[in-house]
Design a protein around this ligand. Sequence first.
Ligand code: AMP
Length: 187
Amino acid sequence: MNIILFGPPGAGKGTQAKYLVKKLNGYQISTGDILREEIKKDTDIGKKIINNMNEGKFVSDEIVNSLLKNHIFDPKKKGKLIFDGYPRSKSQAQNLDIILNSSNQKIDYIFFLNVNKETIIERIKKRKILEKRSDDDLDTILKRYDTYLFTTKPVLDYYSKNSNFHEIDGSMEIDQITNKIKAFLNF
Ligand code: AMP
């Protein structure tokens, strides 16, 4: 089962992705984590993206799409992909369709975790203390939220008419959100 977790930064996509990975024996495809790993390993890609990441700006489609491809075409991950943080624009959504098609796969479920701006700011402030992410300071959060509104949220036009699209109130407690997801998946 391939699943997209969609929503603004701080919606809880990563937390629910980790639950689904365990439950479905799946693989979390977090483009944010994949990109942070490149920075940690100080690779050529890491050196190219570090400034954009720290400023909360998008990394280029060329880089994100090429890193993503390796995971989608990995035979052990086929049909077990839990996307968290991808797609983030209409062009990425189109690219995902093309890559999935060419590897004989499809998206089975899309869960939109909808959360308002105030809740996001509070959550990310807490995450900054716990995870010390360099892009979690207030200025960067606000920038990332604006990018979400203008570039990522329009992806909903692309998915929301599909019968596999489900909106969930992402301001609920973690377990309540998990229960909603479980109900949609008939667990
Ligand atoms: P995240 O961990 O999903 O909050 O992503 C952290 C940062 O990684 C973002 O602010 C972007 O700089 C970069 N990033 C993650 N996913 C993508 C993507 N799909 N497209 C472009 N940049 C991305």
